[in-house]
Design a protein around this ligand. Structure first.
Ligand code: PMT
Length: 217
């Protein structure tokens, strides 16, 4: 039980940003990566808290799960779950949300072939956790990248003031969104390590090994 006495807070899944009572802006995250991480933490004896966007996954054994829908809800719930020893942001959080949610279904307007939506930035959960008064000892973000993975991941390490970034390539078969498998490179200020390709459950265990080492150092 190498994480006994440690609280590990994980976010997983997509967020849904409502446009009206029937439509939303979402993304392809299934929650598999974040759920596997929470499960791995619980197996090692951690008090594992999982803040999950809308997904169709069973709660892993020993994990306390809190369901949310939007980026704003995930932000409030994650910050409300602090303090924690470790935060791992595996959720695919919307960067933008509609400025207004229409109270009734948006109708097609006769003679209008286009619809313009005004979107506003969502709060950055990861950056807010990393600069919080109750900052966890270890803050690990994810980066979902289609290109220039190393450069973009190292940029997020600094811009979000986190201790490590686990970067995965998205938009290719066998890693990233929806797949049962993934390949991650973890970047931190002192180095990097490649994990996988392997099932997300295996990757999650390797990530936990990294986290245990960092907590011990
Ligand atoms: O859920 P799966 O289908 O298993 O897929 C796994 C995954 C691809 C979703 C996962 O491995 C992953 O990469 N998650 C992060 C996706 C993402 O939103 O990456 P990003 O590069 O846009 O964001 C960088 C980091 O900032 C992430 O830790 C994200 O959680 C965080 N963020 C982003 C925006 C925001 N408003 N708040 C945040 O906390």
């Amino acid at each position: 039980m190498s994480l006994a006495g440690t609280r590990v807070l994980v976010s997983a899944g997509p967020t849904y940003e409502d446009l009206d009572p029937v439509r939303f802006i979402g993304n392809r995250s299934s929650g598999k990566m974040g759920f596997a991480i929470a499960a791995a933490a619980a197996r090692r004896g951690a008090d594992a808290v999982l803040v999950a966007g809308p997904v169709h996954l069973k709660t892993p054994d020993g994990v306390r799960r809190i369901d949310v829908r939007s980026a704003a809800q995930m932000h409030a719930t994650v910050l409300g779950a602090l303090p924690a020893d470790v935060y791992i942001g595996a959720a695919a959080v919307a960067d933008f949300t509609p400025r207004n949610v229409a109270p009734a279904k948006i109708k097609k307007q006769p003679g209008h072939d286009t619809l313009t939506l005004e979107l506003v930035r969502t709060p950055d959960i990861l950056a807010d956790v990393a600069t919080h008064l109750r900052r966890p000892r270890l803050v690990v973000g994810f980066a979902a990248e289609t290109d220039d993975v190393a450069h973009n991941a190292r940029g997020k390490l600094d811009s979000k003031r986190v201790d490590a970034i686990a970067a995965n390539r998205v938009g290719v078969a066998g890693s990233g969104f929806e797949s049962d498998d993934n390949a991650l490179t973890i970047y931190w200020r002192g180095g990097e390590i490649a994990l996988g390709p392997a099932p997300k459950t295996t990757i999650a265990d390797a990530l936990m090994d990294f986290i245990e080492e960092r907590l011990a150092s």
